[in-house]
Design a binder for this molecule. Sequence first.
Ligand SMILES: Cc1cc2nc3c(=O)[nH]c(=O)nc-3n(C[C@H](O)[C@H](O)[C@H](O)COP(=O)(O)O)c2cc1C
Length: 202
Amino acid sequence: MNIRNPADLVELDCAQSIWENCFTVFPLVVVGTREADGSDDLAPKHMAMPLSWKNHYGFVCTPSHHTYSNVRRDGVFAVTYMRPSQTVLASLAATPRCDDGSKPITQALPTIAAEKIDAPLVADGYLFLECELVDIRDDLDDNSLIIGRIVAARVAADALRDHERDDEDLVYNTPLLAYLYPGRFAEIRASTQLPFPAGFKR
Ligand SMILES: Cc1cc2nc3c(=O)[nH]c(=O)nc-3n(C[C@H](O)[C@H](O)[C@H](O)COP(=O)(O)O)c2cc1C
């Protein structure tokens, strides 16, 4: 569909969240932190991404979530990039808390320990980041942006790019999880080289 005529566009109400009106592509990660009692806390986040070409990483978090208060208190968080086969696990980590404030589902998810920080990672993910808190930007409407510096990172061997392996085969054999906000997901296996302009430099 070619859209050249503004009359074909539907105006959205910017006084509300606009993102429910069409699908957009996000990653789906699980952020791991320690609760005040030292137990694991895991929560899925889709508004999460690198914030610099080097090693800054950020995610948007609601301040009422335990993840927010855990990061503010401990100054660290761990990020697991989930595989398509782990979509249900990622979603389950958003199970509402019980009346006593506990979230028992978190204890049921398989975890591995981070190495440089004290926070849980989800077992069987494909990319694992360990971050130290750099800054928290509050008052983004009802949300906050948590910014960290990656101090350790590990990737599963089957997801690691190398010169011996074609990138297309890599993505086919180790598919990626895309969250199509607000409420669908996709397993990405088919991918094509992006045609960069001649002479393109980052
Ligand atoms: C697919 C999915 C994506 C989510 N993305 C975000 C997000 O980007 N930011 C956020 O604050 N909450 C997000 N949430 C909601 C929280 O992860 C959820 O409320 C969680 O239970 C909070 O847990 P906590 O109190 O342990 O931090 C998402 C939930 C789901 C199911």
